[in-house]
Design a binder for this molecule. Structure first.
Ligand SMILES: *Cc1c(COP(=O)(O)O)cnc(C)c1O
Length: 429
């Protein structure tokens, strides 16, 4: 396929062209360290901008409500086939518009409103859809929350790992109908086996929310939850490096319920252009080069964490086993909040997000933590050496934050580093 034949048309719209140009510049001249972001391939972006955006396709392949869906059916089937093969699952639903939609659809499919769900607490690393008071999920279902073990200064046993005794005790006490594994700010591997054991012990279903680590699973750098979980949800745009969206994998016995919960339960017409882009990314994730990519993401995070610790940042949970590093800023500088660190780094051309850390004394708007990830800049070709440099740049900007000249000098060094790492250079046509 030619990359978009319609690109030239955008040039009629000066205001938007200017904004797109500015955003291109921002993405390629500053460091993208947000753990949930990535650079999608030109093929993924071309499919997202394809003619499939024109088609209404309510329903599923072979069971559509409108005509003209013969080809769209093949597109969606292709995406589903590639996805079930990638993870070894019975059934795939590729229609969720986002990870949040995928999670809510699963709750709707498997539970009655008011049923009990056991999931990770937001301030311990869980996601909003795991029962945060701010999310509608907490109004429709009854959530009980588990957390991580207490912080420990013994390097052999650093604490802040998922507390499986806590998970089991709460499961026995509250008899949840569903247990949710998976997190949004947690730097450790999440072993699905103990979750399955506990779910079996109390007769609960198990959902694994692998939004962050889906790409690591596809690339063999994180355990695959599919053999253990009844349902696996994920986003397609984080480590998996596809278009923005969600997907659900399910055991055959839940396939029908899941499909009905997504449509008509939650959503209207699917975004078949996005589904085509998902199909592109599932094919890319099945290539041997994607395993190399996933391994490099993890190796980079390890090197990044070591270099950051050398600069005096405390690593929450004592380190990392995935693409993410969660920093407690208080040891580096007791006065520095997550909010201020994010703002200073933004001025230095380093894009991150503030994050609560377990038992954070500061509010979720201020925080004592910072979350960084390696997936995007690894796509751009950076390796351990560059991530060590990035840690130096971060420490320099934050230590010298009162001096605008220091921050500007870091920004110039960041731009120079980024100039050698084009995010799209590693994609072959
Ligand atoms: C990102 C994320 C989601 C939600 O994904 P959206 O596409 O932003 O709705 C759900 N669960 C977890 C664990 C996540 O990290």
């Amino acid at each position: 396929m030619e990359s978009s034949p319609f690109d030239a048309w955008i040039t009629n719209d000066d205001e938007l062209v200017s904004l797109l140009g500015q955003e291109w510049q921002r993405q390629t001249s500053t460091l993208q360290l947000i753990a949930s972001e990535n650079f999608a391939s030109p093929a993924v972006m071309a499919a997202t901008g394809s003619v499939l955006t024109n088609k209404y396709a309510e329903g599923y392949p072979g069971r559509r409500y409108y005509g003209g869906n013969q080809i769209v059916d093949e597109v969606e089937d292709l995406a589903r086939r590639r996805l079930t093969a990638l993870f070894g699952a019975d059934h795939a639903n590729v229609q969720p518009h986002s990870g949040a939609n995928a999670n809510v659809a699963v709750y709707q499919a498997l539970l009655e409103t008011g049923d009990t769900i056991l999931a990770m607490r937001l301030d311990q690393g869980g996601h909003l859809t795991h029962g945060s008071p701010a999310s509608m999920t907490s109004k429709a279902w009854h959530f009980v929350s588990y957390g991580v073990t207490p912080r420990n200064d013994d390097p052999e046993n650093p604490g802040e790992h998922i507390d499986f005794d806590n998970v089991r005790d709460l499961a026995l006490e509250h008899r949840p109908k569903l247990i949710v594994a998976g997190a949004t700010a947690y730097a450790r591997r999440i072993d699905p086996a103990p979750f399955r054991e506990i779910a079996d012990e109390v007769g609960a279903l198990l959902m694994f929310d692998s939004a962050h680590v889906a790409g690591l699973i596809a690339g063999g750098a994180h355990p695959n939850p599919v053999p253990y979980a009844d349902v696996v949800t994920f986003t397609t745009h984080k480590t998996l490096r596809g278009p923005r969206g969600g997907a659900i994998l399910a055991r055959a016995e839940y396939a029908k319920k899941i499909d009905s919960a997504v449509f008509p339960g939650q959503q209207g017409g699917p975004l078949e252009n996005t589904i085509a882009a998902k199909a592109v990314s599932f094919r890319e994730a099945a290539l041997p080069s994607f395993s190399t990519y996933a391994e490099q993401i993890v190796a980079n995070a390890r090197a990044f964490a070591t270099a950051l610790a050398d600069h005096g940042f405390r690593l929450v949970s004592g380190g990392t086993e995935n693409h993410m590093v969660l920093l407690d800023l208080r040891d580096f500088d007791a006065e520095l909040t997550g909010k201020e660190a994010q703002e200073v780094l933004d001025r230095a051309g380093i894009t991150t997000n503030r994050n609560t850390i377990p038992d954070d004394p500061r509010s979720p708007f201020i925080t004592s933590g910072l979350r960084v990830g390696t997936a995007a800049q690894t796509t751009a070709g950076m390796r351990e050496r560059e991530f060590t440099q990035v840690a130096d740049l971060m420490a320099r900007a934050l230590r010298g934050r009162a001096d605008e000249a220091t921050v500007s000098a870091v920004r110039a060094d960041v731009a120079e580093l980024c100039a050698s790492f084009n995010p799209y250079a590693t994609f072959v046509r």
